[in-house]
Design a protein around this ligand. Structure first.
Ligand SMILES: [Zn+2]
Length: 226
């Protein structure tokens, strides 16, 4: 006799596909998410498939940043799958969602690094008011224009730009909330995995450059959905 799980990942997956063909990506996302969360981790192939289709549905919903996050996991589980080629097609050198031009790619990488450096220095780890977010965004924008104006970025490979983004100073106000122990905001290291250069192959064995793999920069939107 065959035993059925209480949640059937496969049934959720099939329903997800149905919703997609009916042009209901919001419902498809719900189904694929259910499939992902009930799929046993040992079934890497199925999990990768579910994550890939979740990404497809998120793209149809115009949520590219969340789609990328799903593709990151899908392609890691199955490096030679369609998820890998979809991922490579959609990410830029920073492992972020590719924008309409290279300067925007640079800007969003810079913005994410600086915004997270700010947020990680706060106990709450998030923006508490829109005013706070606006001020921080404006300061990052000012710093970005200064960096562009300095001319130092031109002709640099992404890995060198990234180092520059991280070291470029911004004096954030602290909104009277939280400082780190040394009384100043530190630039966080987002490139877990340490000393690998961005253009070197990732140590996880994916075959991708570190910056497009485990060292990728996640956007504010991705992280705030964690
Ligand atoms: Zn990796």
């Amino acid at each position: 006799m065959r035993r059925y799980a209480r949640h059937s990942p496969d049934r959720d997956f099939r329903h997800g596909l149905d919703e997609l063909t009916r042009h209901r990506p919001d419902l498809a996302v719900r189904r694929f998410r259910a499939a992902v969360s009930s799929c046993p981790a040992a079934k890497a192939g199925e999990l990768s498939r579910d994550l890939y289709w979740l990404a497809v549905a998120l793209l149809r919903l115009d949520r590219p940043e969340l789609a990328i996050r799903s593709l990151v996991s899908a392609q890691k589980l199955r490096p030679r799958s369609i998820a890998r080629s979809a991922y490579e097609m959609r990410v830029n050198a920073y492992g972020m969602c590719r924008r309409s031009n290279p300067e925007l790619d640079d800007y969003y990488a810079f913005y994410s690094i600086k915004a997270w450096a700010y947020l990680e220095a706060k106990k709450q780890g998030r923006f508490e008011t829109n005013v706070e977010k606006d001020i921080v965004t404006r300061l990052i924008g000012d710093a970005w224009r200064a960096l562009i104006g300095s001319g130092t970025l031109s002709g640099l490979p992404a890995s060198r730009k990234l180092a520059l983004f991280k070291s470029w100073p911004i004096a954030f106000p602290l909104f009277g909330l939280e400082r780190n122990k040394h009384g100043k905001i530190v630039d966080a290291d987002f490139r877990r995995g340490g000393k690998l250069r961005g253009d070197e192959r990732c140590s996880c064995g994916s075959g991708l450059p570190f910056m497009r793999c485990c060292g990728r920069i996640s956007s504010l939107r991705e992280r705030s959905c964690e």
